[in-house]
Ligand binder design. Structure first.
Ligand code: PLP
Ligand code: SF4
Length: 340
């Protein structure tokens, strides 16, 4: 197996030292035909887009195992399968819907909100979510050059008001443990920084990533740690995910979740309520429920604001307040994400 998976494994790592998560990542499904075959679905049951282009299909096998067999409308499948609707180009959908390029003082560093800054450390993800607002993001322009964190550290050091750094991407846990160590080694030298936050879908789509090496890194940090996972549907949480979350909690991490409201995936009150309850059972509190960013290729996922508000009201009637996420939209130029 190892012989067939060298593409993603760093050349420096001897095969016997390659962490299991990297092997699993390299084995991710990358073909629509294979995905549908694994799920016993006939291709003509779905409006599949030919798999060319810059944002190809990618989904780890463990996540595929959580999909329903024979169900072309499975809510996990719909999040990852490229379909023809993506080529529709309705007005109001853009390649950089948040105009993030305007808020970057240093390549990769977004400083939009008071007290916190967000660093995109990689363009790589374990899964390619079709609705992703960063699908057109130019990571080659926006990423700090390999190993060169100096500009970022200088900016953080010069801005005493920044207390929290958010690592984002892509998925920051695509970085190897060594790279994470290197980065936080530098960050810990910035005195006014006290919290490190990770925005990652990895614990959900590739729970193997939460291994001893990663936990040792987290537990050894002098920074407070928050992990905001990204989970949209209760079926995404199986026992392997729950165990990964328990290990993160034991390492002293505060666990929150953000979801995106997606038509056909989670746009009903029952699903959202079950999601909150499953998250809580895994030790995670719901944080944000995002209205979709209007990124080109994702229009078919949009839920209108009236319906979104209705869903939130229904959730408030069913759940304790701490299990109701904040319904928000990101609006360029605002001082925070805007509650609807
Ligand atoms: C979402 C976001 C944050 C974090 O906002 P919180 O409301 O603190 O979760 C910070 N910076 C940028 C650029 C963001 O998009
Ligand atoms: S894991 Fe996050 S950044 Fe990566 S494709 Fe999915 S939504 Fe986008």
């Amino acid at each position: 197996m190892i012989g067939k998976t060298p593409a993603i494994i760093p050349r420096t790592g001897k095969p016997e030292h390659t962490p299991a998560w990297q092997i699993e990542l390299a084995r991710a499904v990358r073909s629509g035909d294979e995905l549908l075959h694994l799920l016993d679905i006939e291709p003509d049951q779905l409006n599949i887009r030919p798999l060319t282009g810059d944002f190809p299909l990618r989904v780890p096998r463990g996540f595929v195992r959580r999909m329903g067999r024979g169900d072309p409308h499975d809510p996990l499948l719909l999040q990852v399968l490229p379909v023809h609707e993506e080529t529709e180009a309705p007005g109001g959908y853009h390649t950089d819907p948040l105009r993030e390029a305007d808020d970057m003082p240093v390549p990769g560093l977004l400083h939009k909100y008071h007290g916190r800054a967000l660093l995109t450390v990689t363009g790589a993800c374990a899964v390619h979510c079709r609705y992703c607002f960063r699908r057109h993001f130019s990571y080659t322009d926006a990423n700090p050059a390999q190993g060169q964190w100096t500009q970022v550290i200088d900016y953080l050091a010069a801005h005493a008001g920044i207390h929290e750094l958010i690592l984002s991407g892509g998925d920051p846990l695509s970085l190897t443990d060594d790279r994470l160590h290197q980065l936080t080694g530098r960050l810990e030298g910035v005195e006014h920084l006290h919290t490190l936050r990770l925005h990652t879908r990895m614990p959900v789509v590739l729970p193997e990533r939460i291994d001893t090496g990663l936990l040792d890194w987290l537990a050894g940090l002098s920074l407070r740690t928050v992990v905001v996972v990204h989970c949209n549907h209760p079926n995404e949480i199986d026992d392997s995910v729950t165990r990964a979350m328990q290990r993160l909690a034991q390492a002293g991490v505060t666990l929150l979740n953000q979801s995106v409201l997606l038509r056909g995936v989670n746009d009903d009150a029952g699903t959202l309520a079950r999601l909150s309850e499953r998250l809580f059972a895994a030790g995670i509190l719901p944080y944000y429920l995002h209205q979709l960013d209007r990124v080109q290729g994702a229009a078919h996922f949009e839920v209108d604001d009236a319906r979104a508000r209705e869903l939130l009201c229904a959730l408030r009637c069913r759940l304790p307040g701490y299990l109701v996420p904040r319904l928000v939209r990101e609006v360029p130029g605002e001082c925070s994400k805007l509650p609807l």
